[in-house]
Design a protein around this ligand. Structure first.
Ligand code: KG4
Ligand code: ZN
Length: 329
């Protein structure tokens, strides 16, 4: 079994995953609430909170899987990209456990982890496929080849999709994280009432841009004034959410078309969005491609996805990982 650890941002996560990376036996996520009062993640606060929680989260992941460290064959851990202090807490914990038990250590790229969540959702899935990662920190399209190698096809030139949702929600006076708050506020709203821009529509373009969308909402809110904004909230939320979803769907379908993809994978926190999931189901059916979107708990940050990526990431034998470092990018 693989013990997997993920601490790249504000979730302290540990999981136990079977050696082939296709089944999670446990998946423990502790989401830090320390940041709520700041309206965003404070890196140093995140590192300290990870440090306080990491041992308990690892113990829970072993207990939930009905196992102990005796049965662990390797330790997988996110080493990049992420908040450097936060990453170091997980990496130090992983090194300590691996070293104490003479086990190999598997450094995992967080983005490859997000994509690998698809193997837990569909254990029969094999590359090649096209993957979209849409989270609070990243929005990128990849072509994944037979050897699980990821090639970048396009990415955001400014804000990530989740960031655009978070900032939009904030302007509308909704809570953080903004994605789920916007989705809730959009219920019953008319998605066609406001025409928010979808950037980089050019035929061959596979990049994203969300900064114009954000500015357009800002001007719209200034126009409407406070009272009308309150009245129009469901429609504003629905139209804004729809613009983000349209940009993601448009580029993902274009990439699938270019790559003649038989399968399409969507991952990252934004993949928890109901409108995005519904729209992609319709679109992929039209294209005749198989669509894999992991359940929401595997889309947002978690350690099971890191365990799922481990079989495709080079392991470092005991004890050669002690000088291994984390990287923010
Ligand atoms: O992957 P993730 O948990 O963390 C990062 O690595 O960034 O993604 C978090 C992002 C946030 O921006 C959040 O607003 C968004 O995912 N998100 C959603 C939903 N749930 C989370 N966006 C839209 N709809 C949702 N239901
Ligand atoms: Zn993430």
């Amino acid at each position: 079994m693989i013990l997997a650890i993920e601490t790249s941002c504000d979730d302290t996560c540990a999981a136990v995953v079977e050696t082939d990376g296709r089944r999670a036996l446990s998946n423990v996520v502790h989401t830090q609430t320390e940041h709520d009062r700041y309206g965003g993640i404070v890196p140093e606060v995140a590192s300290r909170a990870h440090l306080e929680r990491i041992d308990g989260v690892i113990q829970s992941s072993l207990a939930d899987a009905g196992t102990s460290l005796e049965d662990v064959d390797s330790v997988a851990v996110t080493v990049r990209p992420g908040l450097i202090g936060a990453l170091l807490v997980g990496l130090s914990a992983a090194k300590s456990i691996a070293y104490a038990r003479s086990l190999p250590l598997v450094p995992v790229n967080h983005l490859e982890g997000h994509v690998a969540a698809a193997y837990l959702a569909d254990p029969a899935l094999e590359p090649p496929f096209v993957a979209l990662i849409a989270s609070g920190g990243h929005t990128a399209l990849y072509s994944v080849d037979r050897n699980h190698h990821m090639q970048l096809l396009g990415e955001t030139l400014d804000d990530a999709a989740g960031e655009a949702l978070d900032k939009g929600a904030r302007m509308l006076g909704l809570g953080f994280p903004g994605g789920p708050a916007l989705q809730k506020a959009a219920q019953g709203g008319d998605r066609n009432r406001y025409d928010f821009p979808v950037a980089l529509k050019g035929r061959d373009n596979l990049d994203f841009s969300f900064s114009g969308l954000k500015t357009s909402l800002l001007y719209k809110l200034k126009d409407l004034g406070e009272e009308r904004t309150r009245e129009e909230l469901p429609h504003l939320a629905a139209s804004y959410e729809a613009a983000v979803v349209e940009a993601l769907v448009r580029k993902l379908m274009r990439a699938s078309d270019f790559e003649d993809a038989q399968a399409v994978v969507v991952a990252g926190g934004v993949a928890a969005n109901a409108l995005l999931r519904r729209t992609l189901e319709e679109e992929s059916e039209r294209l005749g491609a198989k669509l894999v979107i992991p359940p929401p708990e595997l889309c947002t940050d978690n350690a099971a996805m890191i365990g799922a990526a481990a079989p495709h990431s080079p392991a470092i034998a005991y004890p050669h990982y002690l000088s291994l470092n984390a990287r923010s990018v």
